[in-house]
Design a protein around this ligand. Structure first.
Ligand SMILES: Cc1ncc(COP(=O)(O)O)c(C=O)c1O
Length: 405
């Protein structure tokens, strides 16, 4: 992978016409270590967020030794680099063949369920493989309530009374038991974890079975930008959120239970930025070479505002307007699909023109992982960049970090 001090240096040296992902391994390792130091339990990185080989390798190097996986593809992404990393198969609805493969070929011994029929599938395979249920930890996933960019309890999770039945059934079969929840990705409600812990406590007290582990899921918010035209959600900093979570864990009597977290976004978002090129400017519209079917679907569906920096092409000798004037541009993606127009604007200098580049920051989560080959566009060029996004100083003396949604 080619290395550059900054993304701007990469753009000016490569003059790329196709999107380029700028990977910052030091940022990734630093953010992973920071989370591990703050969370009072085991950190299992959620591979779905970004399962690129460079991410898995860097995280293993930074000391992450547990991974939340959702499919054999994600299991293989980890096993390619580590034969002994712990794999937690936390997807609550799995194919029978995938459960068998995980248990038989990859030594997975931790799974999640949210329904009795999923328990029946797992138990049949455990019996068939002659595995002692006491060596398998099964987490019952609880529904939660709260606000997040993505609510995950619409689809998964058992209501508290149902979770009690599931725990008792698993206990009768002899499994080691856990409770887990996911408060939603990019949580926007500081009380979400506390409510989920209260619910887990309620379930534990009534189930009357021993709960060996509690998995508080992901959801920890990553640092993004803020659209100046929208109301800003007031969220505590990660340090404050973690301090509150740790205090709540003690208050709700889980301090002696083994704890797990499955962070994704908060670990990998800052580790990548993306250089895109303006293929055409039409008035206040910019047509760029990426879009919702490539790296920008998360910012679109999650209404996430990403910070962006303007990288002007020095070959453009004359420009209209004032570079200090930051104005909103409607952004159209690379494909022929008219859905591929971002719902919210990029704020950029009014001088931006066809041929310039924009570096979109903090794009490491749910970007590459969701890119498609639609229309034959599949961004897959990577460079390594040393300087964290936002520390390079504004190009052309611009004072602000422009934002887009
Ligand atoms: C089961 C599970 N664990 C962990 C994560 C990671 O969540 P986040 O990126 O919000 O930390 C997700 C995200 O969808 C998930 O579904």
């Amino acid at each position: 992978m080619q290395r550059f001090a900054t993304a701007e240096e990469a753009a000016l040296a490569l003059r790329p016409d196709h999107p380029v992902y700028c990977f910052r391994p030091q940022v990734l390792a630093g953010d992973a270590r920071r989370f591990v130091a703050m969370f009072p339990g085991k950190t299992a990185y959620a591979v779905k967020t970004n399962g690129e080989h460079m991410v898995i390798e860097t995280l293993l190097g930074a000391g992450i030794s547990a991974f939340d996986v959702a499919s054999p593809g994600e299991i293989r992404a980890v096993r390619r680099f580590s034969s002994d990393a712990e794999l937690l198969y936390m997807h609550p609805v799995k194919a029978q063949s995938d459960i068998r493969l995980a248990l038989e070929s990859y030594a997975v011994r931790t799974l999640a369920v949210d329904h009795e029929d999923e328990i029946a599938k797992v138990h049949k395979i455990v019996r068939g493989l002659d595995i002692d249920p006491a060596t398998v930890t099964i987490f019952v996933r609880l529904q939660t309530r709260g606000h997040a960019a993505y609510e995950l309890s619409k689809k998964f999770g058992a209501a508290p009374a149902h979770a009690i039945e599931l725990l008792r059934r698993l206990d009768r079969y002899g499994y080691r038991l856990g409770l887990c929840f996911h408060v939603g990705s990019q949580v926007e409600d500081p009380l979400a974890y506390e409510r989920a812990l209260a619910s887990a406590d309620w379930v534990r007290n009534r189930a009357g079975v021993a709960i060996a582990e509690l998995d508080v899921g992901g959801g920890f918010p990553a640092e993004y930008g803020h659209d100046p035209r929208r109301r800003q959600v007031e969220m505590p900093s990660l340090d404050e959120l973690m301090a509150r979570l740790s205090a709540n864990i003690t208050e709700w009597g889980f301090a002696d239970t083994e704890l797990v977290a499955e962070p994704g976004r908060v670990i990998v978002a800052r580790a990548f930025s993306l250089i895109v090129r303006v293929l055409l400017r039409k008035g206040r519209r910019l047509y760029i070479n990426d879009g919702i079917w490539a790296s920008l679907s998360d910012s679109w569906t999650g209404r996430i505002t990403l910070p962006a920096r303007f990288v002007p092409d020095p070959a453009i000798r004359s420009r209209n307007g004032n570079p200090a004037n930051i104005v909103p541009f409607r952004v159209c993606g690379a494909t022929c699909d008219s859905v591929d127009i971002l719902s919210r604007p990029f704020y950029l200098p009014e001088t931006i023109d066809t041929g310039d580049w924009v570096e979109i920051g903090h794009i490491g989560a749910y970007s590459l992982a969701l890119r498609t080959n639609f229309n034959g566009f599949y961004p897959d060029t990577f460079v390594e960049v040393e300087t964290p996004f936002g520390q390079e100083g504004p190009p052309e003396g611009l004072a602000s970090i422009e934002t887009m949604a």
